[in-house]
Design a protein around this ligand. Structure first.
Ligand code: GLC
Length: 410
């Protein structure tokens, strides 16, 4: 029988609601494209010349973890190996890795694991790519004489290492399943050779790390063993990207999103989401019962970009006074409207006023147990009137928070 995450692990994961996604690797050196190897058709031999330069001497795991802590984020998901196939830890299963192939010689995953181990409130989780543009058994079976089973041994072996060598983890996060069925064999970059043997893979994870959730960014309905349904660059149900799947009712959810338009560090990248918009996404995710995994793309020197850190810290400031409306909550039961969503903890409802068009906010579906309204920020009373089956909250301009004004209904 296929296992799932333990109840305790799932509860922890759902309670924390906010995490930091980290996309980092040699592509931060050219810093031109998230998928530079495929986009510019760079051969493994030529890409190796880039990886061989990777030397992020300013990398400081404690600093990264402290940015996440300031932001109020409770887990990190780190790219242990992205599509370019470069392992960002000291894997025993490949020489194409940060500790020996690049001059850096250090192990970022080990250092991040040590940094989170110093704290009790943040966990580390691992992204691992199912597809690999460098591995001879993934793309070059004909030339190398290797078999798909050789690739599977590598992939499953890495996951075993990640679930064994770094203490208790928050999650295993997979990505890159899609080519198996969405691209044809003529596109050599997307040439998977068969099944990833998920049942075996997932059972191993659930056995070695009973409290870690499994997420697979397949853009499809979760299959047995997958504990969380993921949405990429979209709120559940929104599907503006066109590839996200319909939301599975009553299932744990996670939204992953970039702060700018990229996963990795891209030189000169602009179009940063405002803090107001990021807090809005966090609240809207929570109101839909989803975690919000927000991405940073550190540069080739090893720094989280100051603008990323600043947006995150501003979110953390808001969470300092409004965290009760996010942490430990579940999806809201009050009908969402354009400018307001809600989260819930038992009979306590948190209404997030995200837009400030008028002093009045009309709410439908407020449970009749609700008799009082006050601001979460300072506990001051909020005027609440009944209008038929609707409730109107009156929060004038002067009392609004710049990002998200939270009204607690009890
Ligand atoms: C997409 C991108 C991949 C990125 C992932 C993060 O799958 O192709 O590069 O790592 O999203 O969610």
């Amino acid at each position: 029988m296929t296992k799932s995450v333990s109840e305790k692990g799932l509860r922890w994961y759902q309670d924390v609601r906010f995490g930091m996604f980290i996309h980092w690797g040699p592509s931060a050196i050219p810093a031109r494209h998230d998928w530079i190897m495929a986009a510019e058709q760079i051969s493994p031999a030529d890409y190796e010349k880039i990886s061989a330069q990777f030397n992020p001497t300013k990398f400081n795991a404690d600093e990264w973890v402290s940015i996440a802590a300031d932001a109020g984020q409770k887990y990190l998901v780190f790219t242990t190996r992205h599509h370019d196939g470069f392992s960002m830890y000291d894997t025993a299963l490949s020489d194409y890795k940060v500790t020996t192939f690049s001059p850096f010689r250090r192990d970022p995953v080990r250092e991040l694991a040590d940094a989170v181990a110093k704290r009790s409130d943040i966990k580390l989780g691992f992204y691992n790519s199912l597809l690999d543009w460098h591995h001879p058994a993934y793309r070059f079976r004909k030339e190398s004489g290797l078999a798909w089973s050789d690739y599977l041994e590598f992939l499953h072996g890495q996951v075993r290492e990640l679930c064994t060598d770094f203490g208790e983890i928050a999650c295993m996060w997979f990505d890159g399943d899609w080519p198996r069925h969405k691209f044809t064999d003529s596109e050599a970059y997307f040439l998977a050779g068969g099944s990833f043997e998920y049942e075996k893979l997932y059972d191993m994870i659930h056995t070695l790390q009973p409290e870690a959730v499994i997420i697979n960014n397949r853009h499809e309905t979760p299959q047995p063993g997958e504990d969380v349904q993921g949405f990429e660059q979209d709120l559940p149900g929104a599907n503006t990207t066109g590839f996200n799947s319909p939301t599975v009712a009553d299932f744990p959810l996670e939204v992953c999103m970039t702060i700018n338009d990229h996963w990795f560090h891209i030189a000169g990248s602009t179009n940063y989401k405002s803090t107001k918009s990021l807090v809005g996404y966090l609240a809207r995710s929570a109101s839909a019962g989803a975690n919000y995994l927000l991405n940073v793309g550190p540069n080739a020197e090893g720094e989280i970009m100051p603008l990323h850190a600043a947006r995150l810290r501003a979110m953390g400031q808001w969470l300092q006074t409004n965290g009760d409306s996010i942490y430990g909550t579940r999806a809201g039961v009050i009908a969402p409207s354009a400018g307001a969503v809600s989260t819930r903890k038992g009979d306590t409802h948190y209404v997030h006023l995200l837009e400030n068009v008028s002093d009045w906010t009309r709410l439908k579906g407020v449970p009749d147990t609700v008799t009082s309204a006050r601001l979460l920020r300072d506990g001051s009373a909020v005027e609440m009137t009944q209008d038929g089956d609707q409730v109107i909250l009156n929060v004038p301009d002067e009392r609004r928070d710049g990002f998200d004004t939270v009204v607690v209904l009890t």
